[in-house]
Design a protein around this ligand. Structure first.
Ligand SMILES: [Fe+2]
Length: 240
């Protein structure tokens, strides 16, 4: 009897260690596209500023991308230049963000979050996730509708400026969370930690020109442009 219990304990510990190693390895194996490194630059835009009309208007896209995201990139490079962080990816920097200057936290988060945001929205977006991501959403939230409700609630109730996220934790489980300002779930200051695969910018600069104070309308329109193929690809890259 004792030996059976011992074997069970050893098996459980081995399984835990294997899971931890697997997650670490996969985070290390993230493509360069996801591991942003100094000197930082604005990403290549895959579509024109007006391509997301009527969900996001042309002027908002132009100002948001060039002025807001552009400023995060400029300020981040200035904050990192000459420091040991020049050699680190933003993912690695976020692991210890609480020990670094606030300029790195705000502008590093700003660059990472917006780089993800532009990738997970597209003119061909909308619909629902398919394949493994859909199965995982049903498993972890009950249904796509329940996930959507939880995500919308996170986006609507974020007071002031911030982000809503769909992220994956170290055990492979999906979760919804929101963060203030330009924080994200990769940071050691986040309430719930994991790797985001979908993010929604709920700063007023993301929607005010078209929606003014109507953040819920902007959130509803967001579902028309979510690129579920890209979100699914990011999910698979982390769990496969
Ligand atoms: Fe933004």
């Amino acid at each position: 009897m004792r030996s059976i219990i011992l074997i069970a304990v050893i098996t459980a510990i081995s399984s835990f260690v294997k899971t931890q190693n697997m997650t670490t390895m996969k985070n290390n194996n993230l493509s360069n596209e996801q591991k942003l490194i100094y000197p930082f630059t604005l990403p290549e835009q895959r579509y024109s500023y007006e391509a997301l009309e009527p969900n996001i208007d042309k002027m908002t896209m132009d100002i948001h991308f060039n002025k807001h995201h552009g400023a995060y990139v400029t300020n981040l490079n200035a904050a990192i230049k000459g420091s040991p962080a020049e050699q680190l990816s933003l993912n690695d920097i976020f692991e210890n963000i609480s020990k670094l200057p606030v300029a790195v936290r705000n502008n590093g988060g700003g660059h990472y979050n917006h780089s993800l945001f532009w990738k997970v929205i597209s003119p061909e977006g909308g619909g629902v996730p398919e394949g493994k991501l859909h199965e995982a959403i049903v498993k972890d939230f009950g249904s796509f509708e329940k996930f959507r409700e939880e995500f919308e609630n996170a986006a609507k109730t974020r007071f002031g400026s911030g982000w809503a996220w769909l992220a994956i934790d170290k055990t492979g489980k999906l979760f919804v969370t929101s963060t203030p300002n330009q924080d994200n779930p990769l940071m050691d200051v986040a309430d719930k930690r994991g790797t985001p695969i979908l993010g929604l910018d709920v700063w007023e600069h993301a929607y005010y020109l078209k929606y003014q104070n109507r953040r819920p309308d902007y959130i509803t329109a967001f579902w028309n442009i979510v690129d579920w193929k890209e979100v699914g690809r990011r999910y698979t890259e982390l769990v496969d």
